[in-house]
Design a protein around this ligand. Structure first.
Ligand SMILES: Cc1ncc(COP(=O)(O)O)c(C=O)c1O
Length: 387
């Protein structure tokens, strides 16, 4: 009997609450850019945009946009690129193209569990391999090698990782590529946070170009701070890109023309991209200077491995309450939204976003701390009462 449809729990709790709560500390990108901030990089662009006929545009991404993307992937040309509606579509059509019912997929955990749900809904068999919290979220290579068999059709990971912000080392990347080589599987590397590094100005290396069965997924949503453009992409071997396009045609056809033809190519211009990444890193680094002391103040309840990239962190908490109950109570009692660790495959953790202006971040953090202390007191008194 087929299993029940697996909804995307993380996206649902965010859709339900992110526009409602007073403090949304659940968004994984840096604070979004304003349209006028982006247009400032090309003052004539607005006039061109006003003359644009609002047609469909290029279904697979304009040649200019695909070239602008390809330049950041070693050896790629515009033929290796398919433009999608965000990275969410990019991931979805890759699963849909490469997995048949009964096929095995090896999924890194913790992770943005989009692939976890899609694999179940496609009837694929899921195996997982972990990042180890006791070794600063290092890749558990033995577990990966056990999860990848000669039945594996797809290995998936997110690097830099959502939700931990961890970046794979060269040794770990090589181990992944060896697993790709031995199994005959494809690798889908969701690299949406590349460019959002906290500790370095070097953009995280792509897996693309290191093996002929690698597909890299990216987007304007996180490191570019432009989720509203709804532009993502896949970079992969041309024959696979053409199969992926046949799914894209059924699903979304094309991205919105103003993003596709004008705004995304501008954000990808090398000088503009560099300044946008600098802006993102400023948000992340400034946010960190407020966030780290708050963690220290609350280290009797919270434990963190410092994230290397992204505006998010996966924090362990020493309370008995499960993370979904905790987050739902936090929403209702304090009007603050964060991500429950269980929605990333890790119990007893919460994901907190910190790439936010201090006048918004700090009061949100204060409410979280108040709430955690309140729960600690409740648990203390119920333990005492039960003793
Ligand atoms: C790892 C990861 N992949 C994909 C997505 C979807 O992003 P997009 O807005 O590009 O569709 C997200 C959004 O949170 C994400 O965190």
């Amino acid at each position: 009997m087929s299993q029940a449809f697996q909804p995307f729990d993380l996206e649902r709790i965010m859709s339900d609450w992110e526009q409602v709560v007073e403090y949304n500390l659940s968004e994984s990108g840096a604070h979004p850019m304003k349209l006028k901030e982006l247009l400032a990089y090309d003052p004539d662009l607005m006039d061109h945009m006003l003359e644009t006929e609002l047609g469909y545009g290029w279904a697979n991404g304009s040649p200019q946009l695909r070239e602008a993307i390809a330049q950041y992937y070693p050896g790629a040309t515009s033929d290796n690129v398919l433009v999608t509606i965000g990275c969410i579509e990019a991931n979805y059509i890759t699963y849909q193209t490469l997995l048949q019912p009964g096929d095995e997929v090896a999924i890194q955990v913790p992770n943005y569990l989009q692939g976890w749900g899609i694999a179940q809904n496609l009837g694929a068999t899921r195996k997982t391999f972990s990042l180890d919290p006791d070794r600063r979220w290092a890749l558990n290579i033995d577990e990966m090698n056990a999860a990848v068999t000669d039945q594996t059709k797809l290995i998936t990971l997110c690097n830099p990782n959502n939700p931990t912000g961890q970046i794979l080392t060269e040794v770990e990347m090589d181990a992944v590529l060896q697993a790709v080589e031995h199994s005959g599987a494809y690798l889908l590397a969701d690299e949406i946070y590349a460019g959002a590094e906290r500790e370095t100005d070097d953009v995280t290396s792509t897996f693309y170009g290191r093996h002929d069965r690698v597909i890299s997924a990216g987007s304007m949503s996180k490191s570019y701070g432009l989720p509203g453009l709804r532009v993502g992409w896949l970079v992969g071997p041309t024959d696979l890109i053409s199969q992926l396009w046949t799914r894209h045609e059924y699903l979304t056809l094309s991205t919105a023309i103003l993003s596709n033809h004008h705004l995304a190519p501008l954000a990808l211009r090398p000088d503009v991209r560099e300044q946008i990444f600098a802006r993102t890193r400023r948000y992340i680094r400034n946010g960190w200077t407020n966030y780290e002391p708050w963690l220290k103040e609350n280290e009797d309840i919270l434990g963190l491995v410092s994230p290397q990239a992204s505006a998010i962190s996966l924090v362990r908490y020493n309370l008995n309450m499960d993370s979904v109950t905790l987050v739902n109570r936090l929403i209702r009692e304090k009007s603050v939204l964060i991500g429950p660790g269980d929605y990333f495959g890790v119990p007893n953790h919460i994901r907190i976003s910190y790439g936010l202006p201090p006048d918004y971040l700090n009061p949100g953090l204060e409410r979280i701390a108040d709430f955690l202390r309140q729960v600690a007191a409740e648990e203390g008194s119920s333990t005492a009462a039960g003793a």
